[in-house]
Design a protein around this ligand. Structure first.
Ligand code: FAD
Ligand code: SF4
Ligand code: SF4
Length: 477
């Protein structure tokens, strides 16, 4: 009888692809993890115990068929593994790189719970699709038949692109509008290259373009073209504009020079990576080189800022967060990576104000954790008379993002929003209050994850196809 290729978790230890040495990582923006060699990928996939009820799959927002593609990988049947993987995920190589797997698929892998270390699901997913690209298995979309209907998508982030892919596969004429000069949304201009190299995203843009998706870039809807004009041009519209309004801190001195927003800082750095002219970077305003940098915030955006500052050659990089390590929202994996690269975390510290017209220090209150709030999370409380000054030449504010007021910005009546300012949309069909208009991704969920935007975009596309078919039927009657 042939040997079972799976269930090797007892004898084969968990092994991630090689992580580059921290000293080498500090000087470039290349990804920090290497790629598995084929044997290694097969060996790691073979650790899966092929659960009858796979919790990994139920905790993946896309419900990826993980056990099946692990089995096929372990058997060396990579092309079939790729076909199954791409059937549920529009951008598997991107999710394999940047999903917080410890909170999603891998965090719910049963062999982790039995003390053996999770199956390295994300790394195998990345390996399968990177191989598919190398082998030429990823092809431009060629719809079986063309449909006459056209759809306008506002926003070329993962939500908009996932919808574009699905609609185009069904033969719909798709136009994607974006205010930036490149597509990809935060995958291009937010997330740094050391987590997601940019050619990975640009390859997907090319693939969509080659498959007939039309991109209208440098087109800010609401300024260069009205929302109503887009509605007038297309049979259905998807809003996938993300959330970009930075949360501000009102504190004495917060308007000083040298205090910058995380999104501006990261966008400038990513643009430099493309070789663009970036005057605010070249002037030094958004360049951390030689500076004492303080980043305020404890989420993933803050982690990306501290690690970017290290790579730009900052003299020192500190991250201030008002709770402790155990209570920070950012991924523990990213904190560990940042610490290895030389970032210092100052836990239980909150900014009270800023010193200097050109900032030269942050006035910091020391905090302690007090009683839990309604959600059970301990509230930070200030310790009296314990303030001190953290010297800084550059302060990066990474306090999160909120939605812009789209109905007001675009002058649209009848587009309902929630009390948080996100667009109100049905959670299954993603239909908004306007007929034929759908919404997906962060603009509906608030700041979230790429994998959730992909799911929303795919689901919205399916609902739009139903809407287009129903409208065509009514027109024919
Ligand atoms: P976006 O990616 O924001 O795309 C929206 C697009 O709409 C943009 O291209 C924008 O230019 C365009 N747009 C907006 N307004 C207009 C307009 N008026 N006219 C025309 N175009 C417009 N998620 C992860 O899963 N893993 C990570 O590691 C991760 N790291 C992150 C790091 C940072 C710094 C940030 C900020 C976010 C990170 N995220 C991460 C979150 C993730 O990037 C987002 O959840 C995801 O990109 C949301 O997708 P989206 O399509 O809804 O919007
Ligand atoms: Fe895990 Fe994300 Fe891949 Fe789902 S898409 S299997 S959550 S890495
Ligand atoms: Fe395999 Fe872990 Fe998923 Fe079970 S939970 S099927 S062991 S990856």
């Amino acid at each position: 009888m042939a040997e079972n290729p799976m269930l090797k978790f007892v004898t084969v230890p968990r092994d991630m692809p090689e992580k580059r040495d921290a000293a080498a990582r500090r000087s470039d923006f290349d990804e920090i993890y290497g790629e598995y060699a084929r044997e290694k990928a097969e060996e790691q996939a073979s650790r899966c115990s092929q659960c009858g009820v796979p919790y990994c799959q139920s905790h993946c927002p896309l419900h990826n068929n993980i056990p099946d593609w692990l089995l096929l990988t372990a058997e060396g049947r990579l092309r079939e593994a790729y076909e199954i993987s791409q059937a549920t995920n529009t951008f598997p190589e991107i999710c394999g790189r940047i999903c917080p797997q410890d909170r999603l698929c891998e965090g719910n892998c049963v062999i982790e719970q039995s003390g053996h270390g999770t199956v390295t699901i994300g790394s195998v997913e990345k390996y399968i699709t990177d191989t598919a690209w190398e082998e030429g298995w990823v092809q431009p979309i060629r719809p079986a038949t063309e449909r006459p209907e056209s759809v306008g998508i506002i926003g070329a982030g993962p939500g908009g692109l996932a919808a574009a892919d699905r609609l185009r596969r069904a033969g719909v004429q798709v136009t994607v509008y974006d205010r930036y000069d490149r597509g990809g949304g935060l995958m291009t201009y937010g997330i740094p290259g050391f987590k997601l190299e940019k050619d990975v995203v640009m390859k997907r843009m090319d693939q969509l373009q080659d498959g007939g998706v039309e991109f209208v870039l440098n087109c800010n809807v609401g300024e260069d073209i009205s929302f109503d004009a887009i509605r007038g041009k297309h049979d259905s519209v998807l809003i996938a504009t993300g959330v970009y309004k930075s949360r501000e801190l009102q504190a004495p001195g917060s308007g000083a020079d040298g205090i910058v927003r995380a999104i501006d800082y990261l966008t400038a750095s990513n643009r430099k990576g493309f070789g663009d002219d970036v005057p605010e970077f070249d002037s030094g305003e958004l360049d951390a080189d030689g500076k004492r940098v303080v980043v305020i915030g404890g989420g993933d955006t803050a982690m990306d800022c501290v690690r970017t500052a290290i790579r730009q050659g900052a003299e020192s990089v500190k991250c201030l967060y008002r709770r402790d390590r155990a209570n920070m929202p950012g991924s523990q994996r990213e904190v560990a990576n940042a610490e290895e690269e030389g970032v210092e975390f100052v836990w239980l510290s909150a900014p009270r104000g800023f010193r200097g017209e050109e900032v030269d220090g942050v006035i910091v209150s020391r905090m302690r954790l007090g009683a839990p709030d309604a959600t059970g999370r301990q509230m930070p409380e200030e310790i009296e008379d314990a303030d001190y000054v953290e010297e800084a030449d550059m302060v990066i504010m990474a306090l999160g993002f909120e939605p812009e007021d789209l109905p007001a910005l675009w002058g649209v009546e009848g587009l309902e929003v929630t009390r948080w300012g996100t667009i109100k949309a049905d959670f299954r069909t993603h239909a908004t209050s306007l007929p034929g208009v759908y919404a997906a991704g962060d603009i509906v969920r608030g700041a979230s994850l790429v994998v959730w935007a992909i799911r929303d975009g795919r689901e919205a596309a399916d609902a739009m196809l139903d809407y287009l078919s129903a409208s065509a039927k009514v027109a024919a009657e």
